[in-house]
Design a binder for this molecule. Sequence first.
Ligand code: AMP
Length: 385
Amino acid sequence: MSFSSLGLDPSLLENLARLGYTAPTPVQREAIPAVITGADLLVSSQTGSGKTAAFVLPGLQRLRTPPSLPGKGPRMLVLAPTRELAMQVQKATHGYCSGQKLLTALLVGGMPYGLQLAQLRKPVDIAIATPGRLKDHLDRGSVDLARVELLVLDEADRMLDMGFQEEIDSIVARVPRNRQTLLFSATLAGVVGRLAARVTRSPKRIEITRREEPKPDITQHALIADNEAHKGRMLDVLLREAEVEQALVFTAMKRTAAELTLSLLGKGFTAGALHGDMQQKERTRTLNRLRDGSMRVLVATDVAARGIDVPGINLVVNYDAPRMAEDYVHRIGRTGRAGRAGIAVTFLGHADRNLVRQIERFTGNKVSLMVMPGLESRRQRQSGG
Ligand code: AMP
């Protein structure tokens, strides 16, 4: 299949040919024609799938029609979790639009306001923004979203993981209701699904994610935890096991990751945290310390840990239980790499027993409920173990 069958303008096709793109990727094949029809979309896809072009190309096509409203505000708005991703989207946009007269504004945190305000004084076609900084601009009255026709939420799961829910909601409330909305995320379940239900209208779902099969050489256990202190004591015991080379510990929130890392450092472990809003440099430094063995315990959130491949990790601890079975499979897949054996231990609250059944159904593997001698849960002590 070629790009020409997707309904894109010839001049865009020429730009793609110049960039050396010969065929659309699966997400482009599905999403581009759907965006052109004007539908709202929920797309599950990974970084590297070509998702940027999947929304930028039909977006550029839409911007060739004259605006329906006068004014200076952007007609297309892209929200992205980090400055780095926003910059990549802007760069890709400039590559795809060559020959089309177009003004973009990059509204991201960690950059001076002056340049952004200057950009916003001219009529903008596309604004690419991180939620925090865009919210600041809205509060200052420096940007007007009344002309937005196409709203894109890129890596929505990461934005939520970084705590941007409120900013996203207040931004969306300022965009016209009759807009078209495209939401891209690695997963469409859980909190992302609820956000999607708030911001889209009868969306078409496109699922590109491949299912990762759990590896057979991972032993899976669960432990019932009464509270944070109980989890902390059990984690301590697990990490002191002689056969544990390196461990990856998952928390639900970046704040827990940071706090837990401090507490582990206090206990003498070489530990570090990895979460969604770290700068690329910091992230690379942390991963290098893990790879060269100078860090033994990495505490991470789901999103930050995606794709980590360090053979020394032979223990994965779900300090906070994953939200769903898919996340569980991604998490435990960080051990048992390169044909080595791994252990996955999940701390469960008393209310999480359902999750185990869900995971067992999804993976087809048994998760055995274990008891740590001397560290039984309250209920286990009451029932005599
Ligand atoms: P993304 O997933 O949007 O970050 O894109 C990943 C990389 O793939 C980027 O460097 C794009 O330039 C490149 N890319 C996207 N679509 C295509 C395509 N159809 N053919 C070749 N390269 C592509």
